[in-house]
Design a protein around this ligand. Structure first.
Ligand code: PEP
Ligand code: MG
Length: 573
């Protein structure tokens, strides 16, 4: 088994190659630096010029390299050159030399003073200590007549490792030859991370045990998980990198619309919160909005926004998706998203309390105003929004809501996020034009596990087979009645789970827009039949981990698809 080291992942991607360490840094031992040897008074001016000369040479070399680069690389090189000429740092060193220090000892002592200050300031300043140490070592090498320290030119594609990398080390790296950066120190905003991002190569920082990896040792670097596999199986590692590259290209090139490999259309939609997020979502390959969480637009409001104010906000979203599908959800206030103007009652258990559509029990006018505002926004716009209510538990609630919505000439739907509504999906669907399954809450309520609880994260996993069974029966009810059944919870953002949902009979998938390309690309790789077989495999599992593995095996083609009559019947209804 390969040894595995862990660190903080800062730039995603996968790379495999031999470890490459930067060349030796100059020896900092007191003898080499001339610590304790006092420079005679008449030699101190020359010693100071030796120091300033070395610092100027280092600065001009760095500036020269800055001029040969562009963008962030040029900026960080110029900033490092600036450090080599920093008046404070040079002044501190000259002050020490004036007291008898050698130029070398002064370079080290002045750097220590500044590094202590930077470290104390913390944050970005602390991360500049590496840059300052790099300048120190370059100046020392210059003073000692040694070659400039830094990264050797790799002979084959390699993984560059270091305690930390300074901009001058990393600037001008060829991403075809340096395929990943891994450091023992550093944080997400260190120069190592900045440069890796610019080069588009994976990067992991703060890896413990890194110093034990010898140059030339093959390593597999996963910039998404932060795992470094030392001496992995060669063939497996190469296959994983090739597969990752192929998939990344596929995702980057996916531009919609959502369709399976055999041509079944599945709308890939965006979840948005207001006009700004809707305008940003348009940059992703989404076909419309599957969930506009209206309550998020009013979290700061002490008073209920007027109908006109609301209409203006809703119109922004409709305008961003002109001519496309937009599903607006009425206020899901309460529980983890209380709204001040709703004046929620004090409740011992707000997740099971007056939340979502239930606020209309005490405040019917809030729902009336909102539906009036949505109708006003729709007037004159070229989107006919679909409107749905959150937290519907019964067919009667669905019928009441649908009457209000249809009374305004709008398309009416409800969310299925309460198990009772999923169980009576046939009766709920009979009252509305569509449903959208909120898997976040459906999982919370099915598993009786607070979605906010980190301790219960294993229970609130959307791959829970019990939740998938409920989704299957809702989708079957939708097929029976020829009505759309979407999913707008986080489950729709997981590419393999999205395929399982399609296999269960779901007709659209809505999630954070950033997830859309990966979901769409995955759908394009698999047939509807494979989705059904993956759904069957997940339904047959007894826990989320088994469901994940079983579905992946079918979707990746390593297991023959088999669909039992139950899913075939449900899916073809
Ligand atoms: C859900 O519950 O899955 C959902 C989409 O609604 P929210 O996350 O806003 O509660
Ligand atoms: Mg919900």
């Amino acid at each position: 088994m390969a040894e595995i080291l862990t660190g903080t992942p800062v730039v995603g991607g996968l790379a495999y190659g031999p470890a490459l360490w930067p060349g030796e840094r100059p020896d900092h031992s007191p003898e080499k630096l001339g610590v304790g040897v006092e420079v005679a008074e008449d030699g101190r001016a020359d010693e100071a010029s030796r120091f300033t000369g070395a610092a100027a040479t280092v600065a001009s070399r760095l500036r020269e390299r800055a001029s040969q680069n562009t963008g962030v690389t040029a900026e960080v090189l110029a900033a490092t050159a600036g450090l080599a000429e920093d008046r404070g740092w040079v002044g501190a060193a000259k002050g020490l030399i004036a007291k008898g220090s050698s130029a070398e000892a002064a370079a080290v002592a002045a750097t220590e003073q500044f590094a202590a200050v930077f470290t104390k300031l913390g944050g970005l300043m602390a991360e500049r200590v590496t840059d300052l140490n790099d300048v120190r070592d370059r100046v020392l090498a210059e003073l000692l007549g040694l070659p400039e320290p830094g990264v050797p030119t790799p002979q084959e594609p390699s993984v560059l490792m270091a305690d930390d990398l300074a901009p001058a080390d990393t600037a001008g790296l060829d991403p075809a030859m340096t395929t990943a950066l891994v450091t023992r120190l550093g944080g997400p905003t260190s120069h190592t991370a900045i440069i890796a991002r610019q080069l588009g190569i994976p990067c992991v920082v703060a890896v413990s045990g890194l110093s034990d990896i010898e140059a030339g040792t093959p390593v597999l670097v996963d910039g998404n998980t932060g795992l470094i596999e030392v001496r992995p199986d060669d063939e497996m590692a190469r296959d994983r990198v090739a597969e990752h590259r192929r998939h990344a290209e596929l995702v980057a090139g996916w531009s919609g619309p959502g369709v399976t490999a055999d041509g079944v259309a599945i709308a890939v939609l965006a979840n948005v919160a207001d006009g700004a997020s809707a305008r940003a979502a348009v940059d992703h390959p989404v076909e419309g909005v599957g969930l506009f969480r209206t309550e998020l637009a009013f979290l700061e409001r002490a008073d209920e926004p007027t109908v006109d104010e609301q209409a203006a906000i809703y119109r922004e979203v409709l305008d961003a998706f002109a001519g496309r599908k937009v599903v607006i959800r009425t206020l899901d206030a309460g529980s983890d998203k209380p709204l001040r103007f709703v004046r929620h009652p004090d409740e011992a258990n707000p997740a099971l309390g007056v939340r979502g559509d239930r606020i209309a029990l005490a405040h019917p006018e809030i729902r009336t105003h909102q539906l009036d505002a949505i109708a006003q926004a729709a007037m004159g716009s070229d989107v006919a929004p679909w409107v749905m209510a959150p937290m519907i538990a019964s067919p009667t609630e669905a019928a009441n809501f649908a009457a209000e919505v249809r009374g305004r000439g709008l398309v009416a739907g409800v969310m299925i996020e309460v198990p009772a509504a999923a169980i009576l999906a046939h009766a709920v669907l009979a009252e509305v034009d569509f449903v959208s399954i909120g898997t976040n809450d459906l999982t919370q309520y099915t598993m009786a596990a607070d979605r906010m609880s980190a301790d219960l994260a294993a229970l609130t996993d959307p791959w829970q087979p019990a939740v998938l069974h409920l989704i299957a029966s809702v989708a079957a009810a939708g097929r029976d009645q020829g009505k759309p059944v979407g999913v707008c919870g986080e489950a729709a953002a997981d590419p393999n789970l999205a395929c399982v949902l399609v296999g269960l009979g779901v007709t659209s998938l809505s999630s954070a827009p950033v997830a859309s390309a990966a979901v769409g690309a995955r759908l394009g790789e698999v047939t509807e039949e494979a989705c059904r077989a993956a759904a069957q495999a997940a339904l047959d599992a007894v826990d989320p981990a088994t469901a994940r593995v079983a579905a992946a095996a079918v979707l990746d083609g390593s297991v023959e698809p088999s669909v039992d009559d139950g899913v075939r019947r449900a899916a073809s209804r």
